[in-house]
Design a protein around this ligand. Structure first.
Ligand SMILES: *Cc1c(COP(=O)(O)O)cnc(C)c1O
Ligand SMILES: *[C@@H]1O[C@H](CO)[C@@H](O)[C@H](O)[C@H]1NC(C)=O
Length: 304
């Protein structure tokens, strides 16, 4: 399929290579964009839906929706709306694991709800990159990643990725729309992606996920031990590994965890969300686990 795509400029060959590898990793024909939000915008342009059912998640996607609705009248519905409120061609947009609480969402439930009405299920899988999950196994029509995060490795590239379910005939339309949207990924990012980031994706993601899960379990045990600082300071720990049900001060002492809004790179990050949005619970801290040693990260969190 990829060989049928005409070369626009010979200098862009890296993104053809990058996309060929992504196609095989993601399990559906993949295209890259200038950013995750540019990829999300391309989905809205492609499907030109009347309604989109969307819940919590990355706030930027709501920004794109409100911009598109100025032009097309696209309407927002709550994620738990009645299936009967959806019509053919509409979208259910699900992010899993969900930002910022890391809960896993039952994709098959939303796929069935969408498909019953001949609507589409779009899955933002940024927080669960390969090899952790494959949303196509649970009925996704289009899978979106902010490649800026786990795919990017060193927190130094901006990129968005779309992969379409192979049975859909979306690729050529996405490809030609992208020419006119002008949201193609930069050649340097495609080179970084092909020659650096993807080569270590599996190693990094498996290590980051294992360390995060171990750290979460350590946190969780401390939470119930009154002699610990975690018990004193924290109220809850959220992570998909702790989930039991399906779900439809600025001064920081941490040395290893840097304060930043991004995630997925090899260096651990923490984000105190109330700093950028005062209506968020002051106690909510989001951690992104890099590839440092578990003991070092635990010590950094435990210090007085
Ligand atoms: C960062 C992020 C995006 C947007 O990606 P950019 O590459 O920053 O435009 C979309 N969805 C989720 C879940 C994200 O974390
Ligand atoms: C701030 O947080 C509130 C509550 O979660 C949310 O409704 C709102 O959209 C957020 N604002 C921004 C700019 O993210």
């Amino acid at each position: 399929m990829l060989k049928d795509i005409p070369f626009q400029f010979s200098g862009l060959q890296y993104h053809v290579r990058f996309e060929a590898i992504l196609t095989s990793i993601l399990g559906g024909p993949a295209l890259t964009y200038a950013s995750g939000l540019a990829a999300f915008h391309a989905v809205l342009v492609l499907l030109n839906s009347r309604r989109i059912a969307i819940g919590e998640g990355y706030h930027g996607c709501n920004g794109v929706i409100s911009m598109v609705s100025r032009m097309t009248g696209l309407k927002n519905l709550p994620l738990d709306c009645d299936a009967a409120e959806l019509q053919p061609g509409d979208i259910i947009h699900v992010e899993t694991p969900l930002n910022p609480t890391r809960e896993a969402i039952d994709l098959q439930y939303y796929a069935d709800k969408a498909h019953k009405m001949r609507a589409f299920l779009i899955v933002d899988a940024t927080f669960g990159p390969p090899p952790l999950q494959n949303p196509f196994d649970f009925g996704a029509d289009i899978v979106l990643h902010s490649g800026t995060k786990y795919f990017g490795e060193q927190s130094d590239m901006l990129c968005g990725i779309l992969a379409a379910k192979p049975q859909h005939d979306f690729l050529m339309k996405l490809y030609s729309d992208r020419v006119y949207l002008g949201s193609v990924a930069g050649n340097t990012e495609s080179w970084l992606g092909t020659c650096m980031s993807l080569r270590t994706l599996e190693l990094r993601v498996i290590r980051q996920s294992a360390t995060a899960t171990a750290l979460v379990s350590w946190f969780h045990s401390q939470l119930h031990d009154p002699s610990t600082a975690v018990h004193e300071l924290a109220q809850e720990v959220h992570h998909a590994s702790l989930q039991t049900e399906a779900k439809e001060d600025g001064s920081c002492k941490l040395r290893l965890f840097q304060h930043a809004t991004s995630l997925g790179g090899v260096e651990s990050l923490m984000e105190w969300r109330a700093m950028t949005n005062t209506s968020i619970d002051q106690r909510l801290v989001r951690l992104s686990i890099g590839v440092e040693a578990l003991e070092d990260l635990a010590r950094d969190l435990q210090q007085d």
